[in-house]
Design a protein around this ligand. Structure first.
Ligand code: FCB
Length: 445
């Protein structure tokens, strides 16, 4: 594999999944605090109260990043840590934590990639309707503005949202994620407000004229494969992709939702949440696109299945501990599709990785060969994409460390660092050493 010299070699985390210190230094509650403390919402009732205790152990974690040789680190800011009620009153202690973290990265020569929103809406805003309330888009823009003001000249890569698909559909349609709402019309409204808020943040960002600052959004993209050669399966696989990928990319790059989906979704929504001027606003240029890739989907035409008449078949072949199929070719297909549909936008792979049932050996090692194989096979596809002229500028492993995997609690381990949850000790897995070597080989100091 031959990667560009300035390729960003990263690892990613998100605030609620790693920080802990949920009630410290003035942090306000977020929807994930409320959701995880509600009976039966997460496996074993796990919550993020302590998580990896990264809030207190960030210095040690920075040292691990340095040992790993990362050239980039993607993290998210907890909105309710810096604005406990979601608006107005700034919690300086919260901002201070991120100032120290960013300093620590810069001192070690690691490029910060900051995600403004990774699903943890302040509960105070949820009580006013959350993302279903259009006002939240303005609160979000104010929050983003605060971060630009404080960290704009220190952080070169900004990500407005992580996976708006998941935040809207899993948070408001399937209800598997916070705030646990199950209503398709609400999910569609939320999706629009997330995109609108993204555009308001981009607009605010531009007013700072940061010479080195770049802003983008992260979408989780998939490839829909038809279950058979039948025409109806082919068509439905495309439609599925248009919903999951296109719904969150078309507005940004073309200024319109996928038109073929409107008549189908019209029985659920009159789209009155789209106000005049919204689509033009959402359609403003971004500097890079973040892509998270985990698996493909095999899709079958199933007219009886609501709302869109498709069914996702059980995954085939080799699976990770999440039950997700290992399918590196899908990553290449996704990159090719984005490139051909939306043009030559720089792409940052903001997440890719796998959970396995890692075992700590009595002598303190974790032999996670399958994870190494997973990462290697996907990086080979990234390499192939670059060779084909697709501008991939970096890759972040999900995750730097095992952490709170949302509804799955602590049962799924994605990290390069193993966390012993009883002691919170960090233990580098084999994949940590493998990644370190790969980075060292391609980076010239
Ligand atoms: C993604 C999320 C990330 C993590 C991985 C496994 O959807 O962005 O926080 O949970 O999945």
């Amino acid at each position: 594999m031959t990667f560009p010299k300035d390729f960003l070699w990263g690892a990613a985390t998100a605030a609620y999944q790693v920080e802990g210190a949920a009630f410290e230094d003035g942090r306000g509650p977020s929807i994930w605090d409320i959701f995880s403390h509600t009976p039966r919402k997460t496996l074993n009732g796990d919550d993020g109260d302590v998580a990896c205790d990264h809030y207190h152990r960030y210095e040690e974690d920075l040292d691990w990043m340095e040992k790993l040789g990362l050239t980039a680190y993607r993290f998210s800011v907890s909105w309710s840590r810096v604005l406990p009620e979601g608006k107005r009153r700034v919690n300086e202690k919260g901002l201070d934590f991120y100032a120290r973290l960013i300093d620590g990265l810069l001192n070690r020569g690691i490029t910060p990639i900051l995600t403004i929103y990774h699903w943890d809406l302040p509960q105070a805003l949820q009580e006013k309707g959350g993302w279903a309330n259009r006002d939240t888009t303005d609160r979000y823009a104010e929050y983003a503005d605060l971060l630009f003001r404080r960290f704009g000249d220190l952080v070169p890569y900004w990500i407005t949202h992580n996976e708006p698909w998941v935040a809207s559909f899993m948070g408001h349609f399937t209800g598997e994620h916070a705030p646990g709402i199950q209503d398709l019309p609400t999910a569609l409204t939320v999706a629009h407000h997330l995109l609108l808020s993204h555009s308001k943040a981009v607009e605010a960002f531009r007013t700072f004229h940061l010479p080195d600052g770049k802003i983008g959004i992260t979408n989780v993209l998939t490839k829909g494969y038809p279950a058979s050669d039948k025409d109806e399966d082919r068509q439905i696989a495309l439609l599925f992709e248009r919903l999951q990928n296109g719904w969150f990319l078309d507005p940004i790059f073309t200024g319109s939702y996928p038109l073929e989906l409107i008549p189908i979704l019209a029985s659920y929504s009159d789209f009155s949440f789209i106000k005049e001027g919204d689509m033009e606003k959402i359609n403003q240029p971004i500097d890079f696109l973040g892509i998270n890739y985990y698996f493909r989907n095999i899709v079958r035409h199933a007219p009886e299945a609501q709302p869109l008449g498709f069914e996702i078949l059980p995954p085939q072949g080799e699976l990770t501990a999440m039950g997700w199929e290992v399918y590196p070719q899908g990553l290449l297909e996704v990159l090719k599709n984005v490139h051909s549909q939306y043009g030559s936008i720089p792409i940052l792979i903001t997440e890719n990785g796998a959970a396995y049932d890692d075992l700590l050996t009595p002598d303190g090692r974790v032999e996670d060969r399958k994870r190494i194989q997973f990462l290697k096979s996907h990086l080979e596809k990234v390499d192939e994409a670059i060779a084909q002229g697709i501008p991939v500028i970096g890759y972040c492993v999900w995750s730097l460390m095992d952490n709170f995997e949302w509804a799955y609690g602590y049962s799924k381990r994605f990290g390069l660092l193993y966390i012993d949850y009883a002691t919170l000790k960090r233990i580098p897995k084999e994949s940590f050493y493998w990644y370190r070597e790969l980075i060292a080989k391609t980076v010239t100091i």
